[in-house]
Design a binder for this molecule. Structure first.
Ligand SMILES: NC(=O)C1=CN([C@@H]2O[C@H](COP(=O)(O)OP(=O)(O)OC[C@H]3O[C@@H](n4cnc5c(N)ncnc54)[C@H](O)[C@@H]3O)[C@@H](O)[C@H]2O)[C@H](O)CC1
Ligand SMILES: [K+]
Length: 523
């Protein structure tokens, strides 16, 4: 198979520890010997580590410490140690275990026979320039305690450059939770297929930069275990770009490209409406109408000359009191509601909840919804509903779920099952959940963690929906596209302006730039 096509398919897949074990079992029973596979995998890890050493100017004079666990993660570590030793690197192995799996023990015996330095004192690794962590991989199930936990804490305290094999030791493969303690890696080389730990906020600080090392597991074996439509999926550049309405049909006029209504803003939070409008601008939607309190209408017109600004009667404090009576909501394919509304805009919500088109609820619309029996309100909707809470808003909406579950992927999926809405649970690793599937955005930047960045996402998503709805296509995938695109803009802006330089307005200016760059690399 063409390696590029394979890589596009592989990068979308996520497997749990159990699924990985089952896939592994299939290929072992098909005939590849366990030792041969370990040799192949560790060879690929060694090659990648060698390149990382070149990038970091680490030469054979430097000292490399290898942490070796009792299972096959330790086995990988030992093969890497042996190969680096033969390349001339100065290696010291630390493996404080009395028992090892058979294959791991065999490799241990061999490195011993080669005379590679085996240390029994963690302090001796303090002289190392780099540490390679082969303590535990997807076989870790219980808490790390005792001497090995103390060792890990000492290692973390040293702040050395650490490369973890498969998973940073101590992280639970499926939940990303820290089991007692965990190695704080700079780079983690995930083996074969992505695991859920890489896609959740909990373990990210320990995983560092994540890279996938493909070792040619046949796709038929993967598919036999994960099925035709796997529940958990990674959003990739490929899936995101493919869902965009590009190229546009030559005969499309503005209304064929869809009409979005944004209901947002107040005297207090004027910027939120502007940012949502600028997010929508980048989507290429045919028409944007923005309903705001009357007093801020001139400001919106100035910032968004292409939009139709609808002034609404307002409360004493400058929030929307009601929508104009003659506002015909059936003209829009999508309504975005929420950014900067304040809780005072509660009176407009009944019309929004019963609107006969797709609605996207964000920010204050979610805070208002939280007071109105969210599960009942959302599940009563007859048209598509998307909600975009961060964890704080999610807690207010679904306190009963939060009481029983911590895992963000499960939480989002349960909320989608309960309500029938598409849940965009925002975080460092935003996930998009329907009742049947969850998609996770694997790449983002902490630069996006600031006020207004969510308003941009909501506007962008709002603008992307109408053409999809007009084309009568399913909307889930375009939600993924919005989440991915928004992050890519943040990543590009952070690269050019540092993580401090990505205010929400600047972010809007990077949306089209990020898309242009992606389109160049995908072709
Ligand atoms: N993915 C693949 O197909 C391949 C994976 N490889 C590597 O193998 C590991 C998984 O190996 P496994 O032996 O199943 O598990 P681990 O090495 O992660 O660890 C299990 C080992 O550790 C003991 N243990 C578990 N928890 C604890 C604890 N809290 N404290 C102490 N000891 C603990 C347990 O009893 C086992 O002995 C995978 O990550 C890859 O690195 C292959 O090399 C190639 C194919
Ligand atoms: K590891």
């Amino acid at each position: 198979m063409n390696p590029q096509i394979r890589s596009k398919q592989i990068e979308q897949i996520v497997v749990t520890a159990e699924q990985m074990r089952n896939i592994e079992e299939r290929i072992f029973s098909a005939g590849i010997p366990v030792a041969a596979l370990m040799e192949k995998v560790a060879g690929k890890i060694t090659q990648r580590i060698k390149n990382l050493f070149l990038e970091k100017s680490i030469t054979p004079e430097h000292k490399i410490g290898i942490l070796v666990g009792p299972g096959h993660n330790g086995g990988d570590g030992l093969v890497v140690a042996r190969e680096l030793y033969f390349m001339g690197y100065n290696i010291v192995i630390y493996s404080p275990f009395l028992k090892r799996k058979e294959l791991t023990q065999t490799h241990y015996k061999y490195v011993q026979s080669l005379g590679i330095n085996l240390s029994s004192n963690i302090k001796e690794l303090e002289q190392c320039d780099v540490l390679i962590d082969g303590l535990f991989g997807f076989g870790l199930e219980r808490e790390i305690t005792g001497e090995i936990a103390e060792d890990i804490n000492i290692i973390n305290h040293w702040n050395k450059f650490v490369i973890s094999i498969d998973l940073s030791s101590g992280i639970h493969t499926d939940t990303g939770e820290i089991l007692g303690t965990a190695i704080r890696a700079n780079i983690t080389l995930c083996l074969g297929l992505w695991k859920p730990a890489f896609l959740q906020d909990t373990g990210l600080d320990y995983i560092g930069r994540a890279e996938l090392i493909d070792f040619d597991i046949p796709l038929m074996d993967i598919n036999a275990i994960i099925g035709e439509s796997p529940i958990l999926n990674r959003i990739t550049q490929n899936t995101a770009i493919n869902s965009l309405p590009l190229p546009r049909p030559a005969n499309h006029h503005k209304y064929k490209n869809g009409h979005l209504l944004i209901i947002a803003g107040s005297k207090q939070y004027t910027g939120a409406a502007i940012l949502a409008g600028l997010g929508a601008r980048a989507s290429g939607v045919g028409m944007v109408s923005i309903a705001v309190p009357n007093s801020i209408k001139p400001l919106l017109s100035l910032q968004l000359p292409e939009a139709l600004i609808i002034g609404c009667p307002e409360t004493e404090n400058g929030a929307i009191l009601e929508l104009p009576e003659n506002l015909d909501l059936s003209r829009y394919q999508t309504i975005v509601c929420g950014p900067g509304l304040t809780l005072e805009a509660q009176a407009i919500m009944e019309r929004i909840f019963t609107a006969n088109c797709a609605i996207i609820l964000d920010a204050d619309a979610l805070n208002i919804l939280a007071q109105l029996n969210p599960v009942f309100t959302l599940s009563s909707r007859k048209f598509p509903t998307i909600i975009t809470p961060h964890l704080g808003e999610f807690k207010r909406l679904f306190p009963e779920l939060i009481a029983l579950e911590k895992n963000q992927i499960k939480l989002a999926k349960q909320a989608a099952e309960l309500t029938g809405a598409i849940i965009v649970l925002k975080g460092a690793r935003t996930c998009v959940a329907t009742a049947n599937q969850v998609w996770i955005n694997p790449d983002s930047t902490p630069a996006l963690g600031r006020g207004g960045s969510g308003d941009v996402l909501t506007g962008l998503l709002g603008g992307l929906l109408p053409p999809v709805i007009l084309a009568k296509k399913p909307i889930e995938l375009i939600v993924n596209t919005a989440v991915w695109w928004h992050s890519q803009a943040g990543i590009l802006a952070a690269r050019e302006r540092t993580e401090l330089g990505v205010d929400a307005y600047t972010l809007t200016q990077y949306l089209i730039l990020a898309l242009t760059q992606s389109l160049k690399t995908i072709n």
